[in-house]
Design a binder for this molecule. Structure first.
Ligand code: ACO
Length: 334
């Protein structure tokens, strides 16, 4: 059983920017409300003809380049998303084809904003057991495609993007130390896309009633998020035998600055150790953590030897975290 870690990262953000000022023209909201309640200033939006696989392929190319391997060396591709190109084939299959990763097994994974953590936890098991050597995990979402832009409760929160990581064997004593995954299906109704599945297939009625868009009980999700963010980070540190003082950087899911600040305060971590980019991208669901990670690596913030905690929470409800010792060579300067 060898050590497994992240050996390459990548990200892709669509070019189109939607600012709070743009949203002020669409719904009854204000830049001041959005910034004080969420911390978000702008987010990226895909074009009409772009879909999740397009973003995923671009992030994947970057991650492969950073790992120094080619697509034909991939044994497994997992795409974590709640906005697949279509119900089937899996977006992972579309990505595999476009990358030319002919020998890779492929599947999609649905754990909403925790999808990337579930994805790396799953992929790392195959590598640790010696079944596979290299896995690509992509977190991608185009939430703008399932957002109701007349609903101010949700439309100010979300953005589109993709982040990717290549996993492989790393030197002993580094890579993933622990994972903590959890779910609570009793809260599923708090955050959902009601129609379009086998329970409520698409009809003219479902479209008219906007049941293909995200609906959310923001207050309840907020309370849940604060609780599990801190609890899961603590649990994964405990499993790894580390203390909060050992943490160099925490990369949380980027939903709301108030969720992050409250949870981090309760954890007793300094805010300087927290990677935040939600002001520029909003909540990109499963893409949030890998995009924030990639930025922190490329700017030289996260450096070889650092202890990193990744922690996510989201629809389902789901949560998950991991502690890893960073192994990639330092890429840039802060
Ligand atoms: N602009 C102006 N006013 C607004 C807006 C808006 N965009 N949205 C809501 N309001 C109003 C509400 O209608 C309400 O008005 P009322 O008191 O007259 O009814 C008022 O603002 C306060 O609403 P609250 O819901 O109490 O506001 P809160 O401070 O809780 O902030 C928010 C709302 C930002 C949604 C917060 O609850 C939150 O961040 N929740 C977590 C959301 C989240 O993280 N979701 C993603 C989870 S991850 C995933 O799986 C996708």
């Amino acid at each position: 059983m060898g050590a497994v870690g992240i050996i390459g990262t990548g990200a892709y953000l669509p070019e189109k920017v939607l600012t709070n000022a743009d949203l002020e023209k669409m719904v009854d909201t204000s830049d001041e409300w959005i910034v004080t309640r969420t911390g978000i200033r702008e987010r990226r939006m895909v074009g009409e003809n772009e879909a999740s696989s397009d973003l995923a392929v671009k992030a994947a190319h970057q991650a492969l380049q950073s790992a120094g391997i080619t697509a034909d060396q991939l044994d497994l591709i997992i795409v974590a998303t709640v906005t697949p190109d279509m119900s089937f084939p899996a977006t992972a299959c579309l990505v595999q084809d476009r990358l030319g990763a002919g020998k890779a097994a492929t599947f999609d994974l649905s754990a909403a904003c925790t999808g990337f953590i579930y994805g790396i936890a799953t992929a790392s098991q195959f590598i640790q057991n010696g079944v596979y050597r290299h896995a690509l995990v992509v977190g991608v979402d185009c939430l703008s495609k399932i957002t109701d832009f007349t609903d101010r409760n949700t439309c100010v929160l979300f953005g589109d993007g993709a982040g990717a990581a290549v996993l492989g064997p790393v030197e002993e004593g580094s890579g993933f130390y622990s994972f903590d995954l959890g779910g609570d299906g009793s809260g599923g109704h708090l955050l959902k896309q009601s129609a379009g599945g086998s329970r409520m297939p698409a009809t003219q009625e479902t479209v008219k009633n906007r049941l293909h868009s995200i609906s959310m009980n923001g207050r309840e999700v907020f309370k849940f998020a604060v609780r599990v963010l801190g609890a899961s980070a603590e649990e994964t540190l405990k499993k790894a035998g580390l203390q909060k003082e050992d943490v160099d950087y925490l990369v949380p899911h980027q939903a709301n600055i108030r969720i992050i600040e409250t949870a981090v305060k309760r954890l007793g971590l300094s805010q300087e150790k927290v990677i935040v980019n939600l002001d520029r991208y909003g909540n990109m669901s499963s893409a949030s953590i890998p995009v924030a990670l990639d930025e922190a690596v490329r700017t030289g913030k996260i450096r070889k030897g650092d202890n990193i905690v990744l922690v996510g929470f989201g629809g389902g409800m789901t949560w998950g975290s991991t502690v890893l010792k960073w192994t990639m060579e330092t890429q840039g300067e802060v």
